[in-house]
Design a protein around this ligand. Structure first.
Ligand code: M6R
Length: 600
């Protein structure tokens, strides 16, 4: 159950387990709609027998609502086989028809049950579980990590993967399979990554990997270098609050040790020819959600420092618009999990078009980290809360490092300018700490606003993606309608939304930056105030002019304009956390969401 709890970030709308017993009598299962705690309660009431091999699953519904019947595992071959699955079986329709024609009854709406019955019918035809899995994998289309146990083989678990991840944990007299190393990190730190279209059979003493035709595959184990304690709450009531407080360390760790002996910035893994990076004429950042907002922030800096045009594209839109990509395009894939299927598919599309791909990824050894040509790891540590916070700051930091690296390599900046930028970044973690230490007023205001129905967020320049990120946090945690706008866009339509007492957050740029930007945003503040808005202003310490325009002002330390998002977003994260908590919501696992969206 500990392993399943750690995997709940992948989905938490139902959970289940299946186990086989030494007497080869049956597969015992338990499954429940709802969070893992409901399954734990059910197991306390009706415990399962001691098993010799087991599989377990936490679900994020794709086919069929989250009900007990649709929860995994699903049984097949008269109850002899149990399967669990992540991903989407795209040809489940014709397979279901084919199996139904053979007289098979389906008990759920899921594509998983179809895969289970396909496997079951192959086992019943006389194949071993591993051979049946290889045969089934050849027939299945789409994305799957599929695991199965067979009552007549009580010491074996078989798994297969295509497009979804599967990792083997190598123990002593015990072996494990998981979608992520966190599933077994409390038992072993020795792991082995399964490749595309591979099938694995584990027993307590052996691990056998083949391709889907049965040809042996040799894979090298690696050591999992993760601090398990970092995944615990560390005294905070929620993972999200802890992760917000991890942010000084997340940024500092992402910056640490990036300069090589020659004083050059370095990537973590993989090699991109410097000649290629010198010749790129366009950068496309692909990402989803918060990671895409991090990309939008980084765009301002990368363009400014390198003079290379930067586009930021939602990964799920990228490949469907026939993007103009060439060998001179650098694609930067930003992802906390490295497992977001939309982003993975966009990476593959970009590589097929000849682009070089650099991943900005948090999870070591994840699919994007492995498939990108090079990786710049964000060292935020495990992010468990569904709402991304510390990964966002680390992604911006890594984006800035990449921009500085390119500006250095391409000769856009002199070495002393590069040093100055790195020094400015080095000062950010202490400033983040100050924002955290002075957050009591934003918490208090948030608690007083639990009954609001809609909140608007405005920003300009780098403050624009910060405004959108603030709105996303509020939507996903507090289920309140929230929208982020470019402040200048307001008078082109959205200002019609403003009525008496409408709360409007405004991210005000530094008065020491471009003077016009500061005064333009303050004009926007006046425009909404004139129409009755209640303005909540994020401003730089000492900006007394901004305070004059605010019902509430929240100060952040002063920083160079391009670095201010690393500070100004924090009050917005805390606002959403506190308001959602005041409403009694589960901020770590908001409704309808999954931490990692592993389906397209
Ligand atoms: O793991 P990724 O960074 O690729 O995830 C991308 C988005 O799904 C993620 O940022 C999502 O928007 C978060 N729930 C936002 O808090």
């Amino acid at each position: 159950m500990g392993g399943l709890a750690r995997l709940e970030y992948r989905g938490y709308d139902s959970a289940g387990i299946a186990l086989v017993t030494d007497d080869r009598s049956r597969v015992a299962t338990a499954k429940k709609a709802g969070k893992l705690a409901r399954l734990a309660e059910a197991l306390e009431e009706t415990p399962l027998p001691a098993g010799t091999a087991a599989i377990g699953h936490t679900r994020w519904a794709t086919h069929g609502p989250p009900t007990d019947a649709n929860a995994h595992p699903h049984l097949a071959a008269g109850g002899r086989i149990a399967v669990i699955h992540n991903g989407i079986i795209e040809n489940h329709g014709p397979l279901r028809d084919e199996l139904a024609a053979q007289g098979i009854d389906f008990l759920s709406d899921t594509d998983t049950e179809v895969a289970g019955h396909l496997l079951g019918s192959l086992v019943e035809s006389g194949l071993s579980l591993a051979d049946a899995m290889r045969s089934a994998a050849r027939r299945l289309e789409g994305a799957f990590t599929l695991l199965a146990v067979d009552a007549s083989d009580p010491h074996t678990v078989v798994g297969a993967r295509r497009n979804s991840p599967l990792v083997v944990g190598l123990g002593e007299g015990e072996n494990f399979l998981g979608s992520d190393v966190v599933a077994f990190i409390e038992h072993t730190r020795s792991a082995l990554e399964l490749g595309q279209d591979e099938v694995v059979e584990i027993t307590p003493d052996s691990v056998t990997v083949t391709d889907t035709h049965g040809n042996p595959v040799s894979r090298e184990p690696y050591h999992v270098d993760w601090d398990a304690a970092a995944a615990e709450k560390g005294g905070f009531a929620t993972f999200m609050d802890k992760e917000i407080h991890d942010q000084p360390a997340a940024v500092a760790d992402t910056l640490r040790g990036r300069v090589d002996d020659q004083g050059r910035l370095k990537l973590d893994e993989g090699i991109v020819d410097e000649y290629v990076l010198k010749s790129i004429d366009k950068i496309i950042v692909i990402a989803c959600g918060t990671a895409a907002y991090a990309g939008q922030v980084a765009r301002y800096a990368i363009e400014h420092w390198t003079r290379v045009p930067v586009e930021v594209e939602l990964a799920h839109e990228f490949r469907y618009r026939d993007p103009i990509v060439s060998v001179k395009t650098l694609v930067v894939a930003v992802s906390q999990s490295g497992e977001t299927m939309d982003t993975i598919m966009a990476v593959r599309h970009a590589q097929q078009q000849g682009a070089t791909v650099i991943g900005i990824v948090n999870a070591q050894g994840s699919t994007i980290a492995r498939e990108a040509d090079a990786v710049l790891y964000t060292r935020a540590g495990p992010e468990i809360a569904v709402a991304s916070t510390k990964a966002f700051l680390a992604q911006i930091t890594a984006g800035y490092l990449l921009g500085i690296y390119l500006a250095d390599l391409r000769g856009n900046k002199f070495p002393d300018e590069i040093d100055a930028l790195l020094r400015e970044l080095d000062e950010i973690p202490a400033k983040i700490q100050r924002v955290l230490d002075t957050a009591a007023p934003i918490r208090e205001v948030a608690r007083s606003m639990a009954d609001e129905r809609t909140v608007l967020f405005l920003g300009r320049h780098v403050g624009f993606p910060v405004a959108m990120e603030g709105a996303l946090k509020l939507k996903e945690l507090a289920y309140i309608h929230a929208e982020g706008f470019a402040a200048g866009e307001l008078k082109h339509g959205p200002i019609a939304l403003v009525e008496q007492d409408q709360p409007v957050f405004v991210v005000v740029p530094s008065p020491r930056g471009r003077e016009s930007l500061h005064s333009k945003v303050l004009s926007n503040v006046q425009e909404v105030r004139a129409r009755g808005a209640r303005t909540l202003v994020i401003a730089e310490e000492g900006d007394t002019v901004a305070a004059d325009h605010a019902a509430h002002v929240f100060y952040v330390p002063s920083a160079p304009v391009l670095m201010t998002p690393l500070l100004s977003v924090i009050p917005l994260q805390i606002f959403a956390l506190e308001l959602a908590s005041a409403k009694g919501y589960d901020v770590d696992q908001p409704r309808n969401l999954a931490k990692s969206v592993t389906v397209e």
